[in-house]
Structure formats: C-alpha cells, structure tokens
Design a binder for this molecule. Structure first.
Ligand code: CP
Ligand code: NVA
Length: 333
C-alpha cells in the first residue's frame, strides 16, 4: 500500500480498543447534540459537495437508512447503487468497478457477499471503504450495539477515559455463529467484556475466526473471555445481555429448513433466561430483522428488549464512523 492509501473500515479488528471507544463515545455525544437540535461544529457541512457511493448487493433496511441518513446529516450526497443498478457482477470486474467508482466519490459504503469482495474493493479503492455487512463482519452494527449496552449499563463505576465502563459485563449469544457475532466477539475481547456463545453442534465459530478473535484480545490488559457451548442454558448463566440474530443469514436461504430444525431449543424466552440463571435485570438485543423462532414476542416486545433503541443507534454509529474514516480520514482520537 502506498503512503497515501486510505484507511478502510472492514471489521472491528481494524480498530484499537481506544479507537473503538472513541467511535462509540462520539456516537453517543453526537446523538445527544443532534437530538437536542444542534449539529456538532466539526460535522456541519463536513461532506458538503461530496458524494458517497452506497454499493448494496443485498437487501437492507437499517444499514441503508442509517448510512444514507448519516451522509445527508454531514451535508453530503449518498448515491445508492443496488445490484441491478451497476455493471458489477454482470458485466464488469470488481477491480474495474472499484477504480472507477473511487475516482468519482469521497467514500464507498459496501454491502457484499463475501469478505474477499469487500477486501478487494478496498484494496483497489483510492477512497475509504466502509463495510456495511459481508459474510464475516458487520462493524457498523457493533458500534451501535456497544453504544446500546453502554447506554443501558452506563452507571458502571469503572468507566475511565479510555473505557466504555463495560468491563465485567457478560453477553450471552444464543444462536448462529455469524458475521454479527464475529465482530461482536472481536469487540468484546478488546473491551474486556465476557462473551458466552451457544450454538447447535456443527454451527460453532470456525477455528480461523477463533484465531482472529484471540488476536483481537492480544495486547489488551484484561481481554474479554470467550466461551463456547452447545447448551443455551450454560451460555445464559449470569449474563447481563442475551443476544441473537437470524438463524438463516442472507445467502443461506437454501439451508433454511435444515437450519431451523438444527436450532430447535435455541429460542430466547423468559423460561430459558430463568432456567439458565441470567442476571435479574437481563436485557435482550437483536440486530434485526427478527423472526419469531429466534425470540418469543414476550421477550422481544418487553421492557427487557433494547432492539428499537439498538436500531436507532445505527444512525449515530454511522455518523461516528463517517466522521472517523471519511471526514477525519482514519485519524480517530
Ligand atoms: N441490522 C441490519 O444490518 O439490518 P439491515 O439488513 O436491515 O440493514
Ligand atoms: N446475519 C444477518 C445479519 C443481517 C443484518 C445476515 O447476514 O443476513
């Protein structure tokens, strides 16, 4: 890479713990400022006259709205490029597409299928590429999720300047080991948050990803611990937050019947929380979209559920990520 290569945001693994903390804290600060009716001075018109390409080869509600909204908030023009709008994949290579698009815009937000695709897009792009979900990672979601946890458990006394005050919290992930979980595990390792993951047999975190997660905690003074089990109750024990996601990610539709069968018994319910011994004030999170088999209505629409603030936080996370990677060109401090 040349010294002028832009800094890309493909995974939480690209951030130091201090940088991740800054992105979450800035998201929180901008949320307060903008909701009170003003705009932080450094964001006012920060992308004025600039275009951000939004390359989405998969469906999206939250990611599209939050990233397009964030570009607009900063005074820029989001340009949505769905899979049927551009030549990519049908008539033009990723290399040519990347070189051409990046020659005309200030940043690229990309939702693709395989991580290799977003990585090669980044490799050949002359402007920052922000990953809007691939098969391995979903970094914008995880900034929003940690903001949501931070807001919900903000009274923790340990919060220092370089911390979100989350050390010692325990997250239980009950469901599929997927892209959202992988970036969550990387963030948890970096931030000293323990994570217990329960998946059915055969759906565990792959070894290559376990190595990446372990690497994320290397050099952190007390990295969050990761445990894996095939028993949901075991993961739930003493958890502060119970989290899940779809059992059938986009692109896995053909496996749908087999997966739904394999995940039987993994629905998050009040009974599961009770049997497993979750903390008394446990909360529930889900990146959405949600299907009833993953979590009962009783939990999903209860006072324990953080899903709607979590969804809204996608906007504040997107503003913070654009500030860090596009406005400030990757200088996050
Ligand atoms: N959580 C999330 O990324 O949702 P969308 O697929 O609707 O963007
Ligand atoms: N794991 C899901 C997340 C959607 C936001 C998927 O990849 O489809």
């Amino acid at each position: 890479t040349s010294p002028f290569a832009p800094r890309h945001f493909l995974s939480i693994a690209d951030l130091t713990p201090a940088e991740f903390t800054t992105l979450v804290r800035n998201a929180s600060q901008h949320k307060k400022t903008i909701k009170s009716g003003s705009v932080p001075r450094n964001l006012l018109g920060a992308l004025s006259g600039k275009t951000v390409a939004m390359m989405f080869s998969k469906r999206s509600t939250r990611t599209r709205i939050s990233t397009e909204g964030a570009v607009a908030q900063l005074g820029g023009q989001p340009m949505f490029l769905g899979k049927d709008d551009i030549q990519l994949g049908v008539n033009e290579s990723l290399y040519d597409t990347s070189v051409v698009i990046s020659s005309m815009v200030s940043a690229i937000v990309a939702r693709v299928n395989s991580h290799d695709d977003v990585a090669s897009l980044a490799k050949h792009s002359t402007v920052p590429v922000i990953n809007a979900l691939c098969d391995l990672y979903h970094p914008l979601q995880i900034i929003a999720d940690f903001l949501t946890i931070h807001e919900s458990f903000h009274a923790r006394p340990t919060a220092g300047l370089n911390s979100l005050g989350m050390e010692g919290l325990k997250i239980a992930w009950i469901g599929d080991a997927n892209n959202v979980l992988f970036d969550m595990a990387i963030a948890a390792a970096k931030m000293g948050v323990d994570l217990a993951v329960a998946t059915p047999k055969g759906y565990e975190i792959p070894q290559t990803m376990l190595d990446i997660i372990k690497q994320a905690g290397a050099g952190v003074s007390s990295p969050g611990k990761l445990i894996q089990t095939n028993v949901p109750e075991e993961a739930v024990k003493d958890a502060d937050v119970l989290v899940t996601d779809t059992w059938v990610s986009m692109g896995q539709e053909e496996e749908s019947a087999r997966r739904i069968k394999a995940f039987e018994g993994f629905q998050i319910t009040p009974e599961l929380a009770q049997r497993g011994g979750a903390k008394r004030d446990w909360k529930f999170m889900h990146c959405l979209p949600r299907h009833p088999e993953e979590v009962s209505d009783e939990v999903f629409y209860s006072h324990r559920s953080l899903v709607f603030p979590e969804a809204e936080n996608r906007l504040w996370a997107a503003i913070s990520a654009l500030e860090g990677f596009v406005v400030n060109k990757g200088k996050i401090n």
